[in-house]
Design a protein around this ligand. Structure first.
Ligand code: MG
Length: 303
């Protein structure tokens, strides 16, 4: 059976500026066995080329732009599929600007069809301009719904979701959020993975560290999902969610042997996953928003 992997980056491959132990060996095993894979990130600031260079500096070699699919590419794919001759006013950085440019979507600051909000620094002047465009009838798109993004273990920065929320508040318009967990992100990533694989894939598995984006999106797209505990999710909080990952791994290192041999790893039978907490159902079932103990990325659908 041919299996392909969609792999989240932050919290799965690296944290801050350090690779997660075993990441190099895992990616090497994927390459050595010809297993199709694609890195999937909600960060719309970098281009795929930037990400390949970033991973190279961290110690993962042999990757190129084709191994990455970002929420910026997803937003550009969305516009080029649904409204290819549209115009946009963009708040964002290189990743989203380049992706739109490559699909020949024109910038127009007077009366654009869309205001596109991505990751990165903005100014009150730009927000005011975007507000005016929306007042004149532009529709509001955001590359991803993340309200904040990790900078380090103690530091966060505002995300595209927060910028979109500002414009939603000032104009009364609702944003449409691309990126994870939007099904369009998973649909297009799956298609890109199939193109990379050159053969039909029988199974596509999402590997991620965040329940609200990686695991929820995979579940809703009908994919298997593997949650790794090397990032934002604690084992004891998994049971709080109404959707569940297919498997829970300590880290991506647990999968390396399995990719090499094709046999299910018995490391997943580790006692850490058989305790009373694993799979325990939480007390709240209506919607994710009630499970938040502190602010964290909020899917657009729960607003
Ligand atoms: Mg992550």
């Amino acid at each position: 059976m041919k299996t392909g992997y969609l792999i989240d980056m932050d919290g799965v491959i690296y944290r801050e500026n350090h690779l997660i132990p075993g990441a190099v060996e895992f990616v090497q095993a994927l390459s050595d066995t010809g297993t199709p894979f694609l890195f999937l990130t909600n960060n719309s600031a970098p281009t795929p080329e930037d990400l390949a260079v970033r991973l190279k500096h961290l110690g993962i070699h042999g990757l190129s732009a084709r191994h990455f699919y970002t929420s910026a590419l997803n937003t550009a794919d969305f516009l080029s599929e649904t409204d290819p001759s549209c115009t946009v006013f963009v708040i964002g950085e290189g990743g989203i600007l380049t992706a739109l440019h490559e699909r020949k979507i024109a910038n127009y600051a007077i009366r654009p069809g869309y205001v596109v909000v991505g990751e990165g620094a903005t100014t009150m002047e730009k927000l005011t301009k975007a507000h005016e465009c929306l007042e004149r009838g532009a529709r509001l798109l955001a590359t991803n719904p993340d309200n904040w993004c990790p900078v380090s273990s103690e530091q966060t920065r505002p995300g595209a979701g927060a910028t979109a929320a500002f414009l939603e508040a000032s104009t009364g318009r609702r944003a449409y959020f691309l990126g994870k967990p939007n099904g369009y992100m998973f649909h297009r990533a799956r298609r890109k993975l199939a193109e990379l694989a050159l053969i039909a894939l029988e199974e596509v598995i999402m590997i991620g560290d965040t329940m609200e984006t990686d695991i929820r999106g995979a579940f809703e797209a009908g994919m298997q999902s593997y949650l790794v505990l090397s990032g934002s999710t604690q084992l004891e909080s998994i049971g709080d969610y109404v959707y569940q990952p297919t498997r829970v791994l300590q880290s991506i290192a647990d999968l390396t042997e399995e990719v090499k041999t094709g046999k299910i790893s018995d490391r997943l039978d580790s006692p850490v996953f058989t305790g009373s907490q694993a799979g325990k159902l939480g007390h709240r079932h209506q919607t994710d928003i009630f499970t938040f103990h502190k602010p964290r990325p909020r899917p657009a659908m729960t607003k």
